[in-house]
Design a protein around this ligand. Structure first.
Ligand SMILES: *[C@@H]1O[C@H](CO)[C@@H](O)[C@H](O)[C@H]1NC(C)=O
Ligand SMILES: *[C@@H]1O[C@H](CO)[C@@H](O)[C@H](O)[C@H]1NC(C)=O
Ligand SMILES: *[C@@H]1O[C@H](CO)[C@@H](O)[C@H](O)[C@H]1NC(C)=O
Length: 282
């Protein structure tokens, strides 16, 4: 990854196996630490390891809905040993990865809200990689401006600009062209760009303004909404990822139109499209 992660571990952790772990079929699936009883971490089951071909570095995972271990952000080394956990407690996070802001290495993540399903999230958290201030406080910045992030993507580009996929709105929409009601409801999810240092939104993109609903391959009435009521708004587009190109345009993918789009960074219009073959049947 070409990045050196300086993670300071303030405690020497030592492992104990809880007795019931050793008994059951789940043996060796997670480990707990006597020096940090709040930590019970999954053990990575490495089934293929070719030493000479593995680039040294760190693995960033954010498991959730776990029954035996804690949800949260975990960092492992390249041989699968736990290096870091716990700075945000047993939180449900997504998109953990090292990022650069104003020349500093940070750990970025999206912190999700509990109890509202996986489509809703809270602030973006950016940890300084020192993790703690000299006073022992956790050292982090939050982004709280803009629209509510969704779980799919957080990218930091240009030394301090966050691009985040975003749930925008439930909008009233005529859905007759796709077999729905004339006064139906559409769910739209696009993306926004936020300058982290000034906490300002610099770009907001809503697919409804640019992509017709007939492009959707997700028919009405199934898991993704029948469009009849606001609570069952139709998720016609479902953005899955966003990145920014060197010349300032955005590359995005849509799950429900099975398409990759290049979006103009100047005016939000679709500059290029590429249909992809993958179809989702969930
Ligand atoms: C690790 O994965 C292998 C291959 O899937 C499996 O046979 C083995 O039981 C796993 N080990 C543990 C401890 O789960
Ligand atoms: C990133 O920002 C810092 C602080 O403003 C600056 O010193 C550094 O040169 C910048 N790096 C790049 C690659 O622009
Ligand atoms: C939008 O910007 C692109 C360049 O990114 C340009 O080619 C296109 O003509 C512009 N469209 C409009 C409607 O201004």
């Amino acid at each position: 990854m070409g990045i050196s992660i300086r993670i300071h571990i303030h405690l020497i952790l030592w492992t104990i196996w809880s007795s019931w772990v050793a008994l059951g079929a789940t043996a060796s699936k997670f480990e707990c630490f006597q020096s940090r009883p709040d930590i019970c971490a999954p053990i990575l089951n490495i089934t293929l390891y070719e030493h000479n071909h593995v680039t040294p570095g760190y693995l960033f995972i954010t498991p959730y809905d776990m029954t035996t271990c804690n949800d949260g952000p975990y960092v492992y080394n390249h041989i699968g040993e736990l290096v870091w956990y716990g700075a945000v407690g047993k939180e449900f996070v997504h998109n953990l990865y090292p990022c650069h802001i104003a020349g500093k290495d940070k750990l970025c993540m999206l912190k999700m809200r509990h109890g509202e399903g996986i489509t809703s999230s809270g602030p973006v958290i950016l940890f300084d990689l020192g993790l703690y201030t000299p006073d022992g406080e956790r050292d982090f910045t939050e982004i709280n401006v803009g629209m509510e992030p969704d779980m799919h993507e957080l990218r930091i580009v240009n030394n301090g600009t966050a691009i985040i996929t975003t749930w925008l709105a439930t909008r009233s929409w005529d859905l007759t062209s796709v077999g729905g009601p004339p006064n139906g409801y559409l769910r739209t999810a696009g993306f926004q760009e936020i300058d982290v240092q000034t906490q300002t939104v610099t770009f907001m993109w809503d697919p409804v303004d640019h992509i017709e609903i007939e492009a959707s391959q997700m028919e009405l009435g199934r898991k993704w909404g029948d469009g009849i009521r606001p609570e069952t708004d139709w998720d016609y587009f479902h953005i899955n990822s966003v990145d920014k190109t060197r010349n300032g345009d955005y590359l995005i993918s849509s799950r429900h139109t099975s398409t990759i789009y290049m979006i103009s960074g100047q005016n939000g219009t679709v500059v290029e499209t590429r249909r992809i073959q993958i179809r989702f049947h969930i």
